[in-house]
Design a protein around this ligand. Structure first.
Ligand code: FES
Length: 482
């Protein structure tokens, strides 16, 4: 029976073998009275605690999770707890976007001699969880379907320009082509309003290159498969950040990649375009003025204003010109960085925790688990060994439940912590239009707040924050939790 009033709750504790487990033992030997809600899992070091352990516990019925390790500078593996601190803090800031109260998770430091401190920590945390009560379950939440309001003001005028530079771009590519295995770009797809990737190997292929607001996909996703070969790539500003992030992580070599760029004036939200076009037989023409793309389908003209129909990511884009390029063509577009909350994230920000849980329940019921989001992601580079497919260890089942699907999305989002450049390919590729980019955006926001405004994919020499640590973290105050 718990020393606290009422029924026991389920609390999972991940304790480092060398300090906190010893501290719990010391408390036990001293017969210090403790609540009995905690189920302890002994781990070699707090650095061994993958944030997914915590998510998995919370998704599978835990009402709270506590991680405890050696005090900073006391880790038996020297820096395990420093790495853990960054990961666990990012996780703590991520939980609310899923509809999970972040007070259900805490991490702290207890040494082997601190039996009394252990007693205090476990009693306080258990009391906190009892105050919160049993955790609401995703499966029990009433599904809620809401759509993001896309009426946003962009940081710069969105348009359809830069076509004039396409010929110059083709000339630059043809000049470089003999030195390269291929150059990746875009070509017309099933009609003039849809594009698909283009792999240019001959001068004739270069003629097929197109540029404009229909160039929605991110060609950087193909770069790792050309590792070790000389390759060229045509990029928009957002695509260039993915290239830089791949360079940061040594997944490609700078000397192997030639980057061609034109400034981007925005790309269209193709889900909205397809919805507006409806069923059609042929597209006769696509024309542009400065602010609109006009598609004539089956004799009817449909006008798409870039200011209203761009992809959500374009409104807050501060890098329309490539952050890194060998050949820059077109007229450079300068943007003053501003604080635009992406529409998907703004939608979740306006909800209560209960509503967010309901929202994800509703959205995940629609998920087909087709893995298009993973396959389109340029930073999802271990898809051949993806843990969502792994049977040893068996992280996920093939069950078609909302919980398993949200767990998959959470794995993807957490694996992109500090690495996601916000290109939005996951969401664009989703055949049922689930706003999954919001999960990545929340993590990116947490990373920026914790690590001096860090944004992935801006400088090839930057180290992603979760691959490093500071002994004294300026923005992490884990000792405030007592
Ligand atoms: Fe205890 Fe690393 S050994 S936190």
């Amino acid at each position: 029976m718990s020393v606290l009033e009422g029924k026991e709750l389920r609390i999972v504790g991940f304790l480092c073998n060398w300090c906190s487990y010893g501290g719990a033992d010391t408390a036990g030997v001293a017969r210090a009275t403790q609540p009995t809600d905690l189920r302890i899992i002994r781990v070699p070091c707090s650095g061994r605690v993958d944030p997914l352990f915590i998510i998995k516990a919370l998704f599978n019925g835990a009402d709270g999770v506590l991680v405890s390790g050696c005090h900073p500078r006391d880790c038996h593996y020297s820096a395990g707890n420093f790495y853990a601190r960054r990961r666990l803090e990012v996780l703590k800031q991520f939980l609310p976007v899923l509809g999970i109260d972040d007070r259900r998770f805490a991490y702290t430091w207890v040494s082997a001699s601190e039996g009394q401190r252990w007693q205090h920590v476990v009693t306080q945390f258990t009391k906190q969880i009892h105050d919160l009560g049993p955790a609401p379950r995703l499966e029990d939440a009433e599904p809620l379907l809401k759509v993001a309001d896309m009426a946003l003001t962009a940081l710069r005028p969105l348009g359809t320009g830069q076509h004039a530079a396409l010929d110059a771009l083709k000339v630059a590519i043809r000049a470089k082509l003999p030195e390269l295995e291929c150059v990746i770009g875009w070509q017309q797809g099933r009609d003039a309003a849809h594009t698909v990737p283009l792999f240019m190997r001959t001068p004739e292929d270069v003629d097929k290159l197109v540029w404009g607001p229909f160039n929605v996909c991110n060609p950087a996703v193909y770069l790792p498969s050309f590792k070790g070969k000389k390759v060229g790539i045509v990029v928009k500003g957002c695509d260039s950040r993915s290239v830089v992030e791949l360079l940061q992580e040594n997944l490609i070599a700078r000397e192997d990649v030639t980057i061609f760029s034109l400034p981007c004036e925005g790309t269209l939200d193709m889900a909205r375009v397809d919805q507006e076009l409806g069923r059609y037989t042929t597209i006769e023409n696509v024309a542009y003025d400065d602010a609109h793309a006009i598609i004539t389908a089956d004799g009817a003209a449909h006008s798409f204003c870039m200011a209203d129909c761009a992809q959500g990511k374009c409104y807050g884009c501060a890098t329309p010109s490539a952050v890194l390029a060998d050949e820059r063509l077109g007229t450079s577009v300068e943007v003053t960085p501003g604080d635009v909350t992406p529409p998907e994230l703004a939608l979740l920000d306006a909800m209560t925790l209960e509503e967010r849980l309901s929202f994800w329940h509703g959205q995940m019921q629609r998920c087909l688990r087709c893995y298009a989001c993973r396959n389109a992601c340029p930073m999802c580079v271990c898809r051949d060994y993806c843990i969502s497919d792994s049977r040893a260890p068996h992280w996920m089942t093939q069950e078609a439940s909302a919980k398993e699907k949200l767990f998959f999305q959470t794995i993807h989002a957490l694996h992109l912590a500090g690495r996601c450049t916000g290109c939005g390919e996951c969401q664009r590729a989703c055949p049922v239009g689930i706003p999954i980019l919001a999960l990545r955006q929340q993590i990116a926001r947490a990373v920026a707040q914790l690590f001096d405004g860090y944004k992935a994919g801006l400088h090839p020499e930057n180290v992603p924050p979760l691959l490093g640590y500071e002994v004294v973290e300026q923005n992490i105050h884990e000792r405030d939790w007592k």
